[in-house]
Design a protein around this ligand. Structure first.
Ligand code: ZN
Length: 189
């Protein structure tokens, strides 16, 4: 079916609006790991994606909230599966620690969402006082980052990343663009 493949718009420019796309998206919420919660519920994910620029959601088939699979937190917080066009997000506790120092950028992203970040000689502790703060951080820095990976995957013939590092930078860049799009939609309302 080469012809239909070629005529398919790569960037889904003609995609219907985000509300229609979200209505077709499967969002599955599995029971979190004992002691954890999901940073954002399936219901809230659906609500917020409805005001997301539609080109970033186009083609996405599923978002799956899964229990964290081992005692490590954030390794990873979530990931994107290009073949399945699925984003997987793991459950989280309210406090966790790493036996290493996190980058300045990582620390700033947590602190800007009101996490308390405590660094000792060779470890980092992260404490959230409010679930709402953790939800906002997770949405901006984890879900939108994975959504950006999906967008880059959809457009991979146009912008092939040179390396994994480049791919991560692109996901951060598009993730912040999605956030800007959401904020401007909210301001118009
Ligand atoms: Zn990434």
């Amino acid at each position: 079916m080469a012809r239909s493949y070629r005529t398919k718009p790569l960037r889904y420019k003609t995609a219907t609006n985000a509300v229609a796309l979200v209505s077709k998206l499967r969002v599955i919420e599995r029971r979190p790991r004992p002691g954890d919660t999901h940073a954002i519920s399936a219901k809230d994910i659906r609500l917020v994606l409805r005001i997301c620029p539609s080109e970033y959601i186009a083609g996405l088939r599923m978002i799956e909230l899964r229990p964290r699979h081992d005692s490590n937190v954030g390794r990873p917080y979530g990931f994107y599966e290009g073949v399945e066009k699925r984003i997987v997000l793991y459950s989280l506790p309210m406090n966790w620690s790493f036996d290493f120092h996190i980058s300045l950028k990582y620390r700033q992203s947590l602190i800007s969402s009101a996490a308390r970040v405590m660094q000792t000689k060779d470890s980092t502790g992260i404490v959230w006082d409010k679930k709402e703060d953790r939800a906002l951080w997770f949405f901006k820095d984890v879900l939108l980052h994975e959504l950006a990976h999906h967008y880059c995957h959809q457009n991979r013939y146009r912008r092939k990343p040179a390396s994994i590092h480049h791919e991560e930078l692109l996901a951060d860049l598009y993730g912040s663009r999605i956030w800007t799009g959401i904020v401007s939609t909210m301001r118009r309302r």
